[in-house]
Design a protein around this ligand. Structure first.
Ligand code: HEM
Ligand code: HEM
Length: 181
């Protein structure tokens, strides 16, 4: 049974905007810091990503238990299918981002830390270079993290266009409901 029909719960709205806006910011910061080799931003990007992981995990479990919110009214079948696919991509993508990031950093020997609090020790040699604990796992994490960047930017763009289409063309309650109105 779906517990969210015409109204979204406060928790759904809180998690949507906390995670949604943080993901957009972390994608921008991730691309900027890796393109321009801004090393000071790396620990901040990672720490915020790991903290966000806790909320993401809670949201995914909650969504799996409660099911998806019902659409606010009747739409064409293709529209419902497309929005379902995008919601799944967004949900799985948000989960895979921190997991692949921790794989890349942890298995790559850089350690995993939240604002200096070490969760997994780093593995640096005397010259200060990171020695991978598992190079394959680190590489898979790195590749996944990069591919997610592109996939999620496309999914988020389509998602935002969809939200505005509901608001401006269909003139329905889809966006208002997610804003708590
Ligand atoms: C939770 C949300 C996260 C998002 C949305 C995110 C997003 C991104 C993006 C888009 C990039 C640029 C990738 C590219 O080079 O094209 C990036 C880079 C990076 N991210 Fe994340 N990230 C997240 C979490 C994490 C976490 C938890 C870690 C590690 C603990 C991490 C570690 C890194 C590292 C090390 C890079 C730089 C890779 C390089 O220099 O090539 N990220 N991130
Ligand atoms: C900043 C611009 C965004 C806007 C305007 C927006 C708007 C919306 C709206 C109106 C809904 C409700 C759809 C419905 O009732 O069927 C929704 C749901 C959803 N959005 Fe967004 N969204 C944004 C960003 C994001 C981002 C960045 C993500 C993920 C990375 C995301 C993930 C989701 C998910 C998974 C749902 C399904 C409901 C839920 O599980 O919370 N959204 N969004």
């Amino acid at each position: 049974m779906n517990k969210e029909n015409q109204k979204m719960t406060g928790m759904t709205i809180f998690l949507h905007w906390l995670i949604g806006l943080s993901i957009i910011t972390l994608i921008a910061v991730g691309l900027y810091m890796s393109e321009n080799e801004v090393w000071d931003l790396y620990p901040i990007h990672k720490s915020i990503g790991i903290i966000l992981f806790v909320f993401i995990l809670y949201r995914v479990i909650r969504r799996l238990i409660r099911g998806w919110p019902e659409p606010v009214s009747q739409y064409a079948k293709h529209e419902i299918v497309l929005s379902k696919i995008i919601h799944w991509v967004l949900l799985i993508g948000t989960l895979m981002f921190p997991i692949s990031g921790m794989m890349m950093s942890g298995a790559g020997g850089h350690g995993i830390a939240v604002f200096g609090f070490e969760l997994l020790a780093s593995n640096y040699n005397a010259a200060g270079e990171a020695i991978a604990l598992n190079p394959t796992l680190a590489e898979v994490g790195h590749e996944t993290h990069e591919i997610l960047g592109t996939v999620m930017m496309i999914a988020i763009a389509l998602h935002i266009i969809g939200a505005w289409k509901h608001h401006l063309v269909d003139k329905d309650n889809t966006l208002k409901r997610m804003l708590g109105k």
